[in-house]
Design a protein around this ligand. Structure first.
Ligand code: NOJ
Length: 748
């Protein structure tokens, strides 16, 4: 079945509005009027003014003071205001605050010849002042509704602080944990990533982009950025056509189906053509096959990067290639301002294509209501009232607890009793408040950060603290002090992990392990006290070294955002029963990367038991995960029984199982549906997630969990494009990617 058909039926109001075609005209405002207003503007614009609308720069009028990327010359606030008045800027990004935004907007609306308002954008990836868990962490909740709620809250804050557009969600499927940007996405799985992409788009954009709390979303990075070779940031890719279609593109399609207003082109190449100069990707596929009508913004200087890629000779050539390939807006390089008028004049870029790109930028501004109210979302009262509200902080805490994965819990060491005896809190993150929110939180309010120590103290728990070591360096006498404290305690909490700047953009690692001083500390503490709970802090899946993996209880706590310490304490003491499941597999060793659960079958699979020589494995380890995708424990137990899988399937069928809470507490399980095509004309993944459902049950309560499987779920990219081949399909209803009883059915 072709996925495009149902999608076309979906009302894509946001993207259509950008194209100047309102699918749902408001009473009293005829649809063509908006389009006509845009056309009237275009008719008045010079080529230079058109190029100006297609150019955006980091905000120097209200700068955050953080440089993320090699800084290209942008000038200061005065120069930027002058350029706005000259009509050379269509959008500013990564500034914050209403007063500065109003000043910039005034310069555009009252000071420029055409009075076209600016649009303000920002990297609002997981919150603005209130920070929610990293997206890869929040993905562990397996709950699109939660992702939609945190995106909505982020939109409420961003629009209160003078922003209209976020460069999120990042929907790159990330299968190599060395890549630092794993942190920003939804992990290794296509189905989970697609569902969360759609949810976040809905959350950011709300029902109507004109609402002053709606934030235009941007699915990024188009496409294949998660496949950078060796996990190295900005590297080239080698992606087969099947993997591109089946793995890297679906989350973008899901975002488009959800009505995403914009898409950002990627830094990497795809089949030898840089994505930001790739006409097949940005035009044939996106505009032709997928009918995307929104705006494509290039990533930061991605047009200029075409020169270093060896794909363009110089800046002029780069501007021409990026623009003709389908990049509507150029970020930071200034190449469009510099060269598009000249290229049009020389007949190398058609004026009609320039107009089309301008139409999309003005269409976004129109869709956001900026032509009617250039000062929308620039309201000083909202700035005071709608930020870091108690509701947002409560949501950050809830989302934090829902993102913590209980990896291991021998002898039910957790939850801790309300009075657990003498408690030791050891490790470099014990009372750290600087590594709480994770990457892309440069506008966060640090006052909101809650350390683990503060979270415990807020529960009224007594404890002693020893740092033991720094994040990457040993401390003189640190281990001795920590061991002495462990020895005189009843339970040890050992807070280890990565600093927050070890993941995120440009933070690729060769080894995804804990720094050596922390491993030394862990070994010593564990030897001194067996009742040790490891609290991991990380922006990617880790390869846990010895001393850590042997701990009886391990919690993956990621970077949980502002309310981290409270969320961790809620889980430790059982106020919340952990229910998160891994969105990325924790491998045995770094050398297994890229590692993901839905890898293809090999011709020599390693047997479950017995001799492994001459099978697909490493000398040092089987190629399995220590903790696989979908894995996670809680403080109760669940049973999946009465699994029903029909013998045959035509177009669709229902599979079901009964889930029962057989343990002592209320809790939630995530039931996961996996399939495997036994014999096909292409090697197929050993398992692929096709559905999941998070279910909350009281002790002894049961529910029948049902999934509908369609032919579409079983398609793959074959010799002539999408295909579905009849034959035997294995299916699992399971609670991780490694468990569950295999059933099968015949696909007609
Ligand atoms: C580069 C990053 O790749 C992208 O994700 C981000 O949105 C832009 N910089 C703007 O900060």
């Amino acid at each position: 079945m072709d996925r495009r058909l149902p999608r076309r039926k979906i009302l894509k109001a946001a993207a259509a509005a950008i194209a100047g075609v309102s699918l749902a005209p408001r009473p009293g405002r005829a649809a063509p009027a908006r389009g006509e207003r845009i056309e009237a503007q275009i008719a008045r614009m010079t080529p230079a003014e058109k190029a100006g609308q297609l150019s955006c720069f980091s905000d120097q009028i209200r700068p955050t003071g953080i440089a993320f990327n090699p800084d290209l010359p942008v000038g200061g606030a005065a120069e930027q205001l002058e350029r706005i008045r000259r009509g050379e800027i269509g959008m500013l990004f990564n500034g914050v605050g209403v007063a500065g935004a109003r000043m910039a907007q005034k310069a555009a609306v009252e000071g420029s010849r055409l009075g076209i308002p600016l649009v303000f954008a920002g990297d609002i990836i997981h919150g603005l002042r209130t920070i929610f868990p990293l997206p890869v962490a929040e993905a562990c909740a397996f709950d699109p509704d939660l992702a939609e709620r945190t995106a909505r809250a982020a939109a409420e804050e961003a629009t209160a602080l003078g922003l209209h557009w976020t460069f999120a969600p990042m929907v790159d499927v990330a299968r190599d944990q060395r890549w630092g940007r794993v942190a920003e996405g939804s992990g290794e799985d296509v189905h989970l990533g697609s569902r969360l992409a759609a949810a976040r788009v809905r959350g950011f954009q709300g029902a109507d982009l004109r609402d002053p709390t709606s934030l235009a979303a941007c699915a990024k990075h188009f496409a294949g950025y998660g496949a950078v070779s060796g996990g190295m940031e900005y590297n080239f890719t080698e992606i087969s056509p099947g993997t591109l279609r089946e793995v890297h593109l679906p989350p973008f399609e899901a975002g488009i189906e959800a009505g995403v207003a914009t898409i950002m082109s990627a830094f990497n190449d795809v089949e030898g053509v840089p994505a930001s100069g790739n006409a097949w990707l940005m035009t044939r596929l996106l505009r032709g096959d997928w009918r995307f009508e929104g705006l494509v913004v290039g990533d930061y200087a991605a047009d200029e990067n075409l020169v270093a890629h060896g794909f363009a000779a110089d800046g002029r050539d780069a501007a021409r290639k990026a623009f003709l390939a389908g990049m509507d807006m150029s970020m930071q390089s200034d190449l469009f301002n510099r060269w598009l008028p000249d290229l049009v004049e020389a007949g190398e870029v058609p004026m009609a294509q320039l107009d089309e790109a301008v139409r999309r930028v003005l269409g976004l501004k129109e869709a956001l209501g900026l032509f009617d109210d250039p000062y929308r979302s620039l309201d000083a009262a909202a700035e005071r009232l709608r930020v870091s509200t108690p509701a947002h902080l409560a949501l950050a805490r809830e989302a934090g607890t829902r993102s913590i994965v209980l990896l291991k819990n021998e002898d039910d060491l957790l939850p801790l009793a309300e009075n657990p005896g003498r408690l030791a809190l050891i490790g470099p993150f014990a009372n750290d408040r600087d590594n709480v929110v994770g990457t892309w939180a440069f506008m966060a309010d640090p006052e909101l950060n809650v350390s683990i120590a503060e979270g415990l103290a807020a529960r009224g728990v007594g404890f002693d603290v020893a740092r033991g070591c720094g994040i990457e360096a040993a401390l003189d006498g640190g281990i001795e002090e920590a061991v002495a404290l462990a020895r005189r305690s009843d339970v040890v909490l050992l807070a280890l992990g990565e600093a927050q700047d070890m993941s995120g953009e440009a933070q690729a690692r060769t080894e995804i392990t804990l720094p050596q001083p922390q491993l030394d500390l862990a070994r010593a503490v564990l030897a001194a006290h067996p009742r040790t709970v490891v609290l991991l802090r990380h922006g990617r899946a880790l390869a846990l070294g010895s001393g850590v993996r042997e701990a009886p209880a391990i919690l993956a706590t990621w970077f949980l955002g502002s309310q981290s310490g409270h969320a961790i304490a809620d889980i430790l003491f059982g106020a919340v029963n952990p229910s998160a499941r891994l969105s990325v597999s924790f491998p045995e060793a770094s050398g297994q990367q890229p590692f993901f659960y839905d890898r293809k079958a090999t011709g020599r699979p390693a047997p479950e038991v017995g001799a492994q020589e001459y099978t697909a494995r490493y000398r040092e380890t089987r190629n399995e995960a220590l903790f696989p995708f979908g894995h996670g424990l809680g403080y109760t137990r669940f049973a999946l029984t009465d699994i029903r899988v029909p013998a045959r399937m035509g177009e669709r069928m229902e599979v079901s199982a009964v889930l029962t809470n057989t343990g002592p507490r209320d809790g939630a399980e995530v039931v996961q549906l996996y399939v495997h095509d036994r014999v096909a004309s292409r090697t197929r993944p050993m398992r692929q997630l096709k559905g999941f459902r998070r279910v909350e049950l009281a002790p002894e309560e049961s529910v029948t969990v049902r999934f509908t499987l369609t032919r579409d779920d079983l398609r793959f990219w074959g010799e002539d494009g999408w295909t579905v081949e009849p034959g035997t399909i294995d299916v699992w209803l399971a609670t991780s990617s490694r468990t569950g009883e295999r059933r099968s059915f015949e696909l007609d």
